[in-house]
Structures are given as structure tokens and as C-alpha cells.
Design a protein around this ligand. Sequence first.
Ligand code: HAX
Length: 438
Amino acid sequence: MDSLKETFAQTALPLADEIKAMIKENGHIVLGSYTMEQVYHGMKGMIGMVTETSKLDPEEGIRFRGYSIPELREKLPQGPGGGPMPEGIFYLLLTGNLPSELDVKEVSNAWARRSQVPKHVFDLLDSLPVGTHPMTQFSLAILAMQTESNFAAAYRKGINKKQYWDPMFEDVMNCIARLPRIAAYIYRRTYKNGVHIEPDPKLDWGANFAHMLGFDDDGMKSLMRLYLTIHVDHEGGNVSAHATHLVGSALSDAYYSLSAGMNGLAGPLHGLANQEVVRWIYDLRDYYGGRLPSKEEISEYVKKTLADGRVVPGYGHAVLRKTDPRYIAQMEFGLAHMPDDELFKIVGMLYEVVPGILEATGKIKNPWPNVDAHSGVLLIHYGLTEYDFYTVLVGVSRAIGVLTSLLWDRALGHPIERPGSVTSEWMKKQVDKAKANA
Ligand code: HAX
């Protein structure tokens, strides 16, 4: 058994026994109560699942295994030329421990070894119209890799449920290893006339991804590492994580589950918001004749967007109630690398103007920017201008978080998910009962 797999088994399997005993003895403990409004409003704030890899605090933002983003930017091994290594956060999510340089190197090498994409996946992509949205291509490519599932093959043979985690570990490693090659293939076939770039096995996972996309600049490589690290996980309830977990709870394998999660990520209220932000900023600039708009003009445009019954993309969040630390990490990167970039300046002006306007509506619970408000303009600075592709970049990163969680689900023996549902007729009866008892 390889050392990472052994470390995972030694960490996860004892916890499975501990949890079983905890539930047996304390399963009756009440964790909270919830309201009709919460049920109608997307179950926000209701505790409904356990996710080991990260926890989101509404005021402070995400912590990965207890570490905040600023802490991790200091503590995770850095790639050559800068940027925290995504391999390092994978190790942290998987084992709960900070990795050494050697641990990160081992993950890098393992992913490079496993990165061969089956030919039929490229054939499938080549059969699609070139104009197919990159997220549709990405999700289909992941699904096409299901032919390779070790878990599905082992289940068919009749594997003992205590061993589920073992083939799942192989699937998770193989799937993550192959995603940059698939994503780069989609980018190059869609935007670069199908002229593909071979992987460079000497590069780390993030730098190799930038290289295969066609960007060999050190700045872009370090942005890519940062990007792939900060988008990795956002606890279990966000649409992509929850969809992956839900589908996986039926013992669907890693490929079925991740493809489902990516379909959720492709929604404009979730991962697609990053492309919407750039489209919206371009529309704003065009509206004022293509020049840098003033703060007053930006205010006017934000109010117009709201009056048109549209959302201001990149602002608001279902859980966060402060500026997203992932926004700040990207803002700091921009300040260090592109302080005079015009789009970077517009993003800064939006930060000054938008929260006040959203707050004044009195209904938006979080007027502050989220991760997507910033990411696009950094990519454009380095030449990655095709914004319909941006959600695929998040998908490559998010796969690390949701697949690691799925592996933990199998190791901890989590059961099929099946919450109850009611009709509005049933709800109305609860209202009548509550009124009668008042
Ligand atoms: N612009 C305009 N209106 C907004 C808004 C925004 N940025 N954010 C929230 N609202 C509105 C909601 O549409 C809702 O309106 P109605 O009552 O008329 O239906 C009201 O304010 C209350 O919503 P909320 O409780 O504050 O927010 P939700 O938890 O329902 O939704 C969203 C959270 C992130 C979906 C929301 O803030 C939004 O649509 N933001 C813009 C899209 C965006 O940036 N999404 C990316 C989020 C981060 C992410 O997941 N990235 O992958």
C-alpha cells in the first residue's frame, strides 16, 4: 500500500468506529430546531450533514481542517516561483495534517503517474459541437471516465462494505490527476483551434495545468496554484459539494458523483458566477462608452441591474456575512502583481460602491463580495480572457474538496441520504394547528 493511502486508512478507519460508538451512546442529543422559513428557503442554517474537510464560519470565512486562508498561505509548501501548492491542501483535507515538502512531492508524483486520460474521453469531447459550453464538456468528460471506476468494478465483484474506501481512494486519486489534462483539452479545442499542448511531467500539478492551457508565465503559474488552492472546498452544504455527496450516498462512484457536482457548479448562482461577473463588468464598461466609469456611474449601473430584477454577480452569499477571505486573497495578489490594471481598478471601485447599495435594499443578507467577484480580472490580466471557461477552473479545484469528502464518506460508512419532504398543503395545516394552539 502506498504511504498516503496507509496514512489515510490509519486516520479515517479508527474514526469510523469512534463515530459508531458515539451515535450508539449519544445519538439522541438534540442539535437544534428549524423553522418553516428555513425549509422553504433552501435549508439555510439547518445542520443536515457531516463534512470533515472544512467548516465555514459566517463572520470569519472558510477554515480547512482548522486553518484559515491567510494561515495556509504561510504554512503550505509553495511552488517554485510562488503560490501555495494545491497538492498540499489535498494532503491536509485527506489526512487532517499539514504536509511536509516531501508529502507534497509524493502527491505531485502520484498524480503525474496517474494522469493518463483514456482516449475515448478525448474522442467524446471531439464529437461535441465546438460551441458546447466548457462546463457541459467538463461534466461529460468526467462521466465518460466512469468506465475506469475501480469502485464500480469492485462492487460488482462483491466487495465487503468495510473495504469501500480502498477502491474509492484509487478512483479519487486517478480522477483528480486527470482533470487538468481534460480541462486544458477543452480549453484548447474550444478556443485555440484544437492545437493541444503536451503535459510537462517535471512541473507540479497547478503549474502543469497552466502550461497545458498555454501559459508559461511564472505569474500565471503562481496565480493558478493560489486559485486551485482557495476554491478547493467550502464545507458540505454548497450545491457542488452537496450534490457530489448526495449522489455518492447511493454508492454511485466518484465519476458519477463528481459529474453531478459539476452540473450544480455550472449554475449562475454558484460556480458560473465568475463568468457572469466579467460579462457584467464588460457590459458596465460598454454602457459608459468603453472607458473607466466613475463611482457615481457604477452606482447608477448597480441600481439599474437591481431595478431590472437581476442579481449583481459576485456579491452575496448563502452563509458568509462578511467579505469572503478568498476575495481578499485575490485582491492582495492583484495589488502585488497588477495594481494599475484597469479591470482590477473597476473591481476595487465596485467594492467601495456595491455593499452600500445592496444593504440599502434591506433584504440582501450579505452585501459583501464573494470569491467570484475577483477571480476573472486576475485571469484576464495574464491573457486567459475566455470567461466561459472560468467555471471549469473552479471545477478542477473543487474536485479536490468534494472527492476527498466522498472518500471520507466511504471510510466512515455514511449511509444513503434521504431527508423527508412535505407538501404546501401539509405546511398550511401546520399553520392552522399553530394558530389553534396560540
Ligand atoms: N444581487 C441582487 N440581489 C441579491 C443578491 C445580489 N448579489 N444577493 C442576494 N440577493 C437577493 C436574493 O435574490 C433574494 O431576493 P428575493 O427575496 O427577491 O428572492 C434576497 O436578496 C435575499 O437573498 P439572500 O438570503 O441574501 O441570499 P441567498 O442565500 O438566497 O442567495 C446567493 C445567495 C449567493 C445565491 C445570492 O447572494 C446571489 O444570487 N448572488 C449573486 C450570484 C453570485 O455571486 N453567486 C456566487 C456565490 C458564491 C459561490 O457559490 N461561488 O461558487
